[in-house]
Design a protein around this ligand. Structure first.
Ligand SMILES: C[S@@+](CC[C@H](N)C(=O)[O-])C[C@H]1O[C@@H](n2cnc3c(N)ncnc32)[C@H](O)[C@@H]1O
Length: 238
């Protein structure tokens, strides 16, 4: 039987949030990112890249779905918004009411992100801003990005991806960052902290990757209120 306060998704959804939400849940200083290179992995149907690029932030978005043409991505994105909204209706008590007034408002924000993403995708892919790749292996050089962001994929799908996958994926995200990696949320669909978070952090520490858990400026889903921040090994020495 379905637990009443846990979102149950039947697949890893091709779904995405807006620049305004990224700013909040990753505690981003957008003016400070101007001119910096940022990796968003996986980005799904988020409009972060589409909205941040005109601000002079050099964002590369990665998702395995990016091998598809935009018409197919739009169709998958629309179906996944419908699927998520149906499931959100069943667990509305798990959401705070501070960001969206209603599920309808949440749906229209998701649709706007999907539209912005679709409008940017084909040209952006030709420019190399949208890259099809699959964790735990990324086609980028060591330390290529100033900041790496990974939201709403790792930890929340821990029923489908095991600990070894998480460790390998996070090592890979750290490898391509010259400074920080931010992961949101370090918690599962059940809204509880990832059970092996301490073990994961100890293993990363042994690789020379320091980490901390900080408070996020955003708590839309109750319990998803922290960011795991990694300080990459390839960070330039002061
Ligand atoms: C919910 S979306 C990401 C949303 C976005 N980061 C945000 O916060 O709005 C999750 C994405 O993970 C992608 N995905 C699934 N397996 C993956 C893998 N092994 N490596 C990278 N991305 C993967 C899916 O294609 C999907 O688009």
């Amino acid at each position: 039987m379905q637990e009443t306060d846990q979102l149950h998704l039947e697949r890893v959804v091709f779904y995405g949030r807006s620049l305004a939400e990224y700013k909040l849940f990753f505690n981003l200083d957008l003016p400070g990112l101007k001119g910096k290179s940022v990796l968003d992995c996986p980005s799904g149907a988020a409009s972060f890249t589409a909205e941040a690029s005109p601000l002079g932030i050099h964002v590369t978005a990665v998702d395995p779905f990016f091998e598809n043409p935009v018409e197919k991505l739009r169709a998958i994105g629309e179906a996944d918004i419908d699927h998520v909204m149906e499931e959100v209706e069943k667990v509305r008590q798990a959401y705070t009411s501070t960001y969206f007034d209603s599920v309808a408002q949440m749906r229209s924000t998701r649709r706007r992100s999907l539209e912005l993403f679709c409008a940017d995708f084909t040209g952006g892919k030709a420019e190399g801003r949208y890259v099809s790749a699959l964790l735990p292996r990324l086609p980028f050089a060591d330390g290529q990005f100033d900041l790496v962001l990974s939201g709403h994929f790792l930890f929340i799908y821990d029923d489908r991806f095991d600990y070894a996958f998480h460790l390998a994926a996070i090592r890979e995200l750290a490898r391509v960052s010259s400074d920080e990696v931010r992961l949101f949320p370090p918690a599962g669909m059940n809204r509880k902290p990832y059970p092996q978070l301490d073990q994961l952090r100890r293993e990363l520490e042994r690789d020379g990757i320091a980490s901390e858990v900080i408070r996020s400026n955003f708590e839309f889903v109750q319990g998803w209120n922290q960011i795991l921040v990694l300080h990459s090994r390839s960070r330039p020495q002061a």
